[in-house]
Design a protein around this ligand. Structure first.
Ligand code: AMP
Length: 282
């Protein structure tokens, strides 16, 4: 496994691989890896000759007062995990490598990124699109792998790729959960023991919602109400940022549940903000 810090050196190396006819699969991450990340790596391994994983906590996607400084980091552990998975290349740049002095160009998707995470984390998707486009230009992947855990992010990236004619295939991969249903996340380490227990409320609310839909409930607003009422029973859920049932392609509130809808949820606990989502089966 080769580790690169310098973008130009990695690009030169990738160009050589491509001249040899090798396909490149790419998994962008912020590190502190868990099985969710590793599921993307395994998928990329199956479908490409070479797998590149990036590890970079991207400052431009964090708002003021968010957790950029305390975001968990452990590069040595990450490298060991990726080596075990048989990853070929790790790209782990420093901030100055990605944002040298005088950096002044940003990329913004202006429709799908406006609501939900975009509303509660202003500037977040601008930072995400900018770093992802930069990474695509450096790594030149044939395919890039993103988790449905961040469903809105997956949709925003797919839209950027389409709108800007980027020559890369975006592959969405299913959410990996803990045994009790909590979606894996690097940020779960922030949770206290009691918060960790109550964090399963999100998954439980999806089970409840799925049951109601199976029983015939088709009104998205009523379903949202049921989910909110359920989440309110958990005292460590201090705030509900949003609970919404949206069309999978538009990310706009659905008018009726027909089988192409997703529940998107974001809540705040004392030590972490949690997001999760669920594809409704009818
Ligand atoms: P992050 O390091 O949090 O920026 O995540 C890097 C990639 O891993 C993103 O595409 C995430 O959507 C994906 N990811 C994070 N957690 C999970 C999970 N529990 N299941 C599947 N994919 C995930």
């Amino acid at each position: 496994m080769q580790v690169f810090q310098n973008p130009q050196e990695l690009t030169n190396f990738i160009k050589k691989l491509k001249r040899e006819g090798k396909s490149v699969g790419f998994v962008p991450t912020m590190g502190y890896l868990h099985n969710g990340h590793l599921s993307l790596v395994r998928c990329a391994k199956k479908e490409n000759d070479t797998v590149v994983v990036s590890i970079f906590v991207n400052p431009t996607q964090f708002g003021k007062g968010e957790d950029f400084d305390r975001y968990p980091r452990d590069l040595d552990r990450d490298l060991r995990l990726l080596q075990k998975e048989g990853v070929d290349i790790v790209f782990a740049p420093q901030i100055e490598d990605m944002y040298p002095e005088g950096f002044s160009t940003f990329v913004e998707e202006t429709k799908l990124s406006q609501r939900w995470e975009g509303e509660f984390r202003p500037g977040h998707f601008k930072g995400v699109c900018t770093i992802v486009l930069k990474l695509f230009n450096i790594v030149k992947p044939d395919k890039a792998y993103f988790g449905e855990k961040d469903f809105q992010q997956l949709k925003v990236i797919q839209k950027m790729v389409k709108d800007l004619n980027l020559d890369v295939e975006i592959v969405g991969c299913p959410i990996v959960r803990e045994d009790d249903g909590l979606a894996m996340s690097s940020r779960n380490v922030y949770l206290s023991e009691e918060e960790r227990k109550q964090a399963t409320a999100l998954y439980q609310s999806f089970q409840l919602a799925q049951k109601l839909v199976k029983e015939g409930l088709r009104d998205p607003r009523r379903l949202e109400e049921e989910i909110i009422n359920f989440l309110k029973k958990f005292p460590l859920i201090k705030r509900i940022d949003y609970v919404t049932v949206v069309g999978e392609d538009t990310l706009e509130p659905a008018e009726e549940i027909k089988g192409k809808e997703r529940i998107l949820v974001a809540v705040r606990m004392p030590s972490a903000r949690l997001i999760d989502n669920w594809k409704l089966e009818v």
